[in-house]
Design a protein around this ligand. Structure first.
Ligand SMILES: [Zn+2]
Length: 573
């Protein structure tokens, strides 16, 4: 990832040739007191100026952390007006420090005299309240920035104080001053070698030394990246995305411009010449940048870095490398496939549809303990790596069981909606991790059961049909008993086993007859279910979780099945 950051940073800073230079800072003050010295280092006189902006380039001001030196590494710093002798002590320390890096720096003489003269000067021209006074020196009429020895010493000393020493930069390969301790990334630690792909172990071993220029490039890349965090779903931490050029395409002026503006949605629309106003989304945002990125050519890839901020620490929770725009396009294809096949007209499928099942295992618990599983799933979704179906069903069913609890406590119709989201998630995961996108035929109930990828065995098909009928009864009960659905209890919290389901079947039929809703279509579904159960494995080749899941999915699909067959006749609760 450092490699990608570096490449990105190089593009961002390509018009800043002086980036790697140690440069002084801008400074403003009300008053500038100038100590004039001759070439031998004797104080000649003191003068002052209020025209600081005009002299700013000559002052060589740079604030650092060094209390002994009044936080400066050049002879320009703020004067301690209450205790000017302290400032002169600092001046002495600064010159001693600078001399370490360049012996040609003139030696100032008689600091006692300097202190006394300055004190006397301040008595004659006393500082006003809240006045910011800067102190500097001039040697032989030259300000610090006009004396090459001082400038040179300042640059070397500044870097050495930051921990830079002679070596070879691991990023640009130059032999120069490098540091292995400096990094703009708190998370960038050496034990995570994977993050430093492209560099040899030997270099890691030495602490991944980088030069000041490369450090500044990384800092600039980080500054830009951090300003733009993106949301996929609230079930995952926010993410950064880092564009990475493929091959030598960076030389293309247009791609450089694209990189500079990659986070600007309006720019992207112009770049892609998109005129349509209706945008699709996979993320939990008003406008999804993924929708635009998917339209780009594969001349770049993205790194998606999911980062959690923990006080001042940044923790990488997931890093997905080298995602091509064409891969994002595939994810959108999977979304459209799910929406089309489940007729999700009103509800858009997004990552949140899946993410809602990966919040908390137990709704009452304080910890969001499922996030790590969700991140692993996300990784597989982006990289097309199969995900355990058993595990996926475990999480989806858990969400359905939570909805069951809520519905049982009088929370209205919850299970069918949750189950529909669950099957949508199931299909999306299958489509993205395995590439399974077989069309679901909804023209006829038998075709539907045969084409739904989830239903692999006859017993699964039977249970799915049983689920549809159960939801039919529950809707009827809810409509005729003031929302009371006594049959709900029979589902035992979606923990029914084979015996439980076999017992449920006649009870269901009996109740449907009692409610006078066992019509022609219900009989057809019922008979079909019996037919499948007659062909089933003995015992059923389904885990308890799988049984309850396909049953719940049937409940979730009830309205879709009925809409297809009855259009207007259906009695909605
Ligand atoms: Zn370098």
């Amino acid at each position: 990832m450092i490699g990608a950051l570096y490449e990105f940073g190089k593009i961002l800073t390509r018009n800043k040739p002086n980036l790697g230079e140690v440069s002084p800072e801008k400074v403003s003050a009300d008053r500038l007191i100038i100590l004039n010295f001759d070439l031998e280092g004797n104080l000649t006189d003191i003068e002052e100026s209020r025209n600081i902006s005009e002299l700013a380039d000559k002052l060589l001001y740079k604030k650092v952390r060094a209390s002994r030196r009044c936080n400066s590494c050049t002879p320009t710093f703020f004067l301690n007006v209450k205790e000017p002798d302290k400032s002169i002590k600092c001046l002495k320390a600064i010159f001693n420090w600078l001399k370490k890096y360049n012996s040609r720096i003139p030696e100032l003489k008689d600091f006692k005299k300097i202190t006394a003269t300055l004190k006397n000067y301040l008595l004659n021209f006393p500082p006003k309240k809240k006045e910011k006074t800067l102190l500097t020196v001039r040697i032989d009429r030259k300000f610090p920035a006009e004396i090459p020895a001082i400038v040179e010493a300042f640059k070397i000393g500044y870097l050495e104080e930051l921990g830079f020493t002679n070596g070879v930069c691991a990023l640009c390969g130059k032999k120069t001053k490098v540091s292995g301790k400096k990094s703009p990334f708190a998370f960038y630690t050496l034990d995570k070698i994977g993050y430093l792909s492209g560099f040899s172990i030997e270099r890691h071993y030495r602490g991944f030394p980088i030069c000041f220029k490369c450090l500044r490039i990384l800092e600039e890349a980080k500054r830009i990246i951090e300003k733009h965090t993106f949301v996929l779903t609230k079930a995952a931490p926010k993410y950064w995305f880092i564009p990475n050029p493929v091959l030598s395409e960076t030389t293309e002026e247009k791609l450089e411009e694209l990189f500079e503006n990659i986070y600007d949605l309006e720019y992207l629309k112009r770049y892609l010449k998109l005129t349509k106003t209706e945008f699709q989304k996979l993320s939990d945002t008003d406008e999804d940048i993924l929708d635009l990125l998917k339209e780009l050519k594969d001349s770049l890839t993205f790194h998606l870095v999911f980062v959690e901020k923990n006080q001042s620490q940044e923790l990488i929770r997931l890093h997905i490398q080298d995602v091509y725009p064409s891969r994002i396009r595939k994810l959108f294809e999977a979304k459209f496939y799910v929406e089309r096949n489940l007729n999700l007209n009103l509800k858009e499928f997004t990552f949140n549809t899946v993410g809602q099942f990966f919040w908390k295992w137990d709704k009452e618990s304080k910890n969001r303990n499922l996030q790590k599983y969700f991140l692993e799933l996300l990784d597989r979704i982006f990289r097309k790596i199969p995900y355990s179906e058993k595990l996926l069903i475990k999480f989806l069913l858990n969400g359905i069981r939570q909805a069951y609890k809520e519905e049982l406590e009088g929370g209205g119709k919850k299970i069918p909606y949750k189950s529909l989201d669950a099957i949508a998630s199931f299909l999306f995961v299958k489509a993205t991790t395995e590439g399974v996108m077989s069309e679901i035929k909804n023209n006829d109930i038998r075709n539907l059961v045969e084409s739904l990828p989830l239903l692999k065995s006859p017993e699964a098909k039977g249970l799915f049909l049983l689920g549809i009928l159960t939801q039919r009864l529950l809707d009827k009960q809810a409509g005729s008993r003031e929302g009371n659905k006594p049959f709900l209890k029979k589902l035992s919290g979606f923990k029914l086993n084979e015996r439980g389901f076999k017992k449920l079947m006649p009870e269901l039929r009996e109740k449907m007859e009692a409610y006078e809703i066992f019509g022609k279509f219900e009989r057809e579904l019922f008979d079909l279910a019996s037919e499948y159960f007659a062909q089933s494995n003995k015992p059923w080749k389904l885990s308890l979780e799988e049984m309850n899941f396909v049953f719940a999915v049937g409940m979730g699909m009830k309205n879709r099945v009925y809409d297809k067959h009855f259009n207007s006749e259906e009695d909605q609760p």
